[in-house]
Ligand binder design. Structure first.
Ligand SMILES: *Cc1c(COP(=O)(O)O)cnc(C)c1O
Length: 421
């Protein structure tokens, strides 16, 4: 094998993304200020434990960086306590479940077809903690948790924890109503804000901690501007339990290069988050409306399609989610097939839907006009009115006009990565 190939392959990955439309709802692109931290010396160091209580020497400046990250996070989310050490969303959820439950406890979560994340289920974090999982009764038409049925089920099963937040998340969820039920039975509420953390920071989505959640977890790289890691917010009362569950529970060292990148992304969020989140939601709405006007079956029509960065469509009439997602990839539009509430887990390989996210395109400066054009290309490819080659050309042209990063200290090229060879 020619080991040099690996560098060439990484270069091809960069070139593919430079002229494609990234629409995976769980991704984003970081500014050069955040990105530079990845290659800093911080990525070579260890800092186990808390600020001021480390096990190794050499942590003076790391302590300062982590303190800044913690105080910015508390401000952004108006939380009494923040832990910025989890290295991913699943790690954050695992820590939250260890802090809030005991093995054998019952929790209530959204099923995966209704948008829930695998970590809320027994195949992942919830299972690792030995939890038993019940699913919220869900109203497919309204695309919402059915509160009356949930209350009945909760009174019968007495879960110890209610998990809210999801991976397919088009609308705010009933945090206040669920918190009321939780209070009545002495349970807690955790809101997993992985997808919408940047929209919450930008004050354009629900504010779960204010609405009654005890804990909020979230990945920092989906709608937020950070590298791939996560945060946990909580009430002051739960601070020690959360911190102990994170370290020594689920991390030892916690990747100090991306910690520094996260601190910078939190500053970007403070300064530019509101404008960005506003444009994200506008773009998602416009994309959904235009697709619907063109005849695509966009989910959530009677609630205005979306209030987040996501748009979901039922594409069974065009061959199902798997076929549509593959066709769009060959046109340079990268999104994912997605289960919808009327699917079962058996449909995972070819679900009814596709899920689109506009957060990264927004970071690159796209607005409503571009969303209309993209809706046209997606519809054209799905219906075979435009060939994949023709669509690929249009995608290249459109993308060439949007290759700088906005909503940061100074606009700069998006696709300049360190040369590896
Ligand atoms: C993406 C996601 C996660 C997992 O986050 P990672 O950072 O990929 O580990 C957890 N919960 C929800 C709701 C998600 O969408």
């Amino acid at each position: 094998m020619d080991y040099g190939q690996i560098f060439e392959i990484i270069g091809r990955h960069h070139r593919f993304y430079a002229d494609s439309l990234p629409m995976i709802a769980s991704e984003n692109i970081t500014s050069k200020f955040v990105r530079r931290c990845y290659v800093s010396d911080l990525g070579h160091r260890y800092a186990e434990g808390k600020v001021g209580e480390r096990y190794y020497q050499g942590c003076t400046f790391i302590d300062e960086i982590e303190s800044i990250a913690i105080s910015l996070t508390k401000e952004l989310f108006e939380a009494e306590h923040a832990n910025v050490q989890p290295i991913s969303g699943v790690v954050a959820n695992t820590a939250a479940f260890f802090a809030l439950t005991k093995p054998g406890d019952r929790v209530m979560a959204l099923s995966v077809p209704c948008g829930g994340h695998i970590s809320h289920d027994t195949v992942s974090s919830a299972g690792i903690r030995g939890l038993r999982v019940s699913y919220y009764p869900f109203d497919n038409e309204a695309f919402e948790i059915d509160i009356d049925e949930t209350r009945k089920l909760a009174m019968k099963e007495k879960p110890r924890l209610f998990i809210l937040g999801s991976s397919l998340i088009l609308f705010p969820q009933p945090v206040e109503e669920i918190s009321e039920i939780a209070n009545e039975i002495g349970a807690r509420v955790v809101y997993d804000a992985s997808h919408v953390l940047g929209l919450i920071a930008g004050r354009k989505f629900q504010q779960p901690m204010r609405e009654g959640a005890d804990v909020m977890t979230g990945s920092t790289h989906k709608t937020f501007f950070g590298p791939q890691r996560a945060v946990i917010l909580s009430t002051g009362e739960l601070a020690d339990d959360i911190d102990r569950a994170v370290f020594p529970g689920v991390v030892s060292n916690h990747h100090l290069n991306t910690l520094a990148g996260y601190a910078i992304s939190a500053i970007e969020m403070k300064l530019f988050g509101e404008d960005y989140a506003d444009q994200v939601v506008r773009n998602a709405k416009r994309l959904a409306e235009r697709l619907s006007e063109l005849g695509v079956n966009v989910v959530g029509e009677n609630r205005g399609f979306t209030e987040s960065h996501q748009v979901a469509a039922d594409v069974r009439e065009f061959g199902g989610g798997a076929k549509v997602a593959e066709k769009l990839e060959s046109a340079g539009i990268v999104l994912n097939k997605n289960l919808l509430p009327w699917d079962t887990l058996k449909d995972t390989a070819n679900p009814s839907g596709i899920r689109m996210g506009v957060q990264e395109l927004t970071r690159l400066g796209m607005k409503e006009g571009e969303m209309e054009e993209i809706a046209g290309i997606i519809h054209g490819v799905m219906t075979d009115r435009i060939s994949a080659e023709k669509a690929r050309e249009r995608v290249r042209e459109l993308k060439s006009e949007f290759s700088t990063i906005k909503y940061t200290f100074e606009e700069h090229p998006a696709y300049e990565f360190p040369d590896l060879c």
